[in-house]
Ligand binder design. Structure first.
Ligand code: AMP
Length: 160
């Protein structure tokens, strides 16, 4: 179990961890792969959320999911970019968190995921929590913990 003080300081900063949905680059599940290809290339993020027309989170999309459809035996074909749409290739097996989220769970999940989509109970997308924002929070704790708490070293435990 995570240390209570760390948990408390992380919770104090929890709102700062989430990048709100309005500023998260995303595509619609019905967008053509051509459109999604342009968006992903322009924003330069490795993976972005896929939403439906009611802002529900439906999947995640990366550039390699698109370019995989273009691979021929010894050439690239651009035809799939107009024949397929985002929902045909997106990743649907999602790890998400609900707001308010448990800090300890988020720390565990961020080990294997560079970011976590935040959704409401009905699946509405509200934003993302990224490793970068959480690292900033940990940096803050490292610099401020002794301003709020007395941190002293324990006596070393005697070994026989
Ligand atoms: P970071 O921890 O900032 O490097 O972000 C990790 C990942 O989160 C990025 O590679 C993207 O896949 C995703 N991400 C971060 N910020 C955004 C954003 N504003 N819009 C869409 N995806 C983002």
């Amino acid at each position: 179990m995570i240390n209570k003080v760390i948990d408390h300081m992380m919770i104090e900063n929890r709102q700062h961890f989430m990048i709100p949905g309005e500023v998260v680059a995303s595509v619609n599940e019905d967008n053509s792969l051509r459109h999604a290809f342009l968006v992903l290339t322009k924003v330069r993020y490795a993976k972005i959320p896929v939403l439906d027309h009611d802002d529900h989170l439906k999947g995640l999309l990366s550039l390699s999911m698109i370019t995989n459809t273009m691979l021929g035996l010894d050439d690239l074909s651009f035809a799939p970019l107009d024949q397929l749409c985002v929902k045909d290739v997106m990743e649907k097996d999602l790890v998400t968190i609900e707001d308010p989220y448990d800090v300890e769970n988020v720390l565990h999940l961020l080990v294997d995921n560079p970011f976590l989509p935040v959704v409401q109970a009905d699946g509405t997308f509200t934003g993302i929590v990224t490793r970068r924002e959480v690292m900033k929070g940990i940096n803050y704790i490292g610099h401020n913990i002794d301003k709020q708490y007395a941190v002293t070293a324990r006596e070393p435990v005697a070994k026989d």
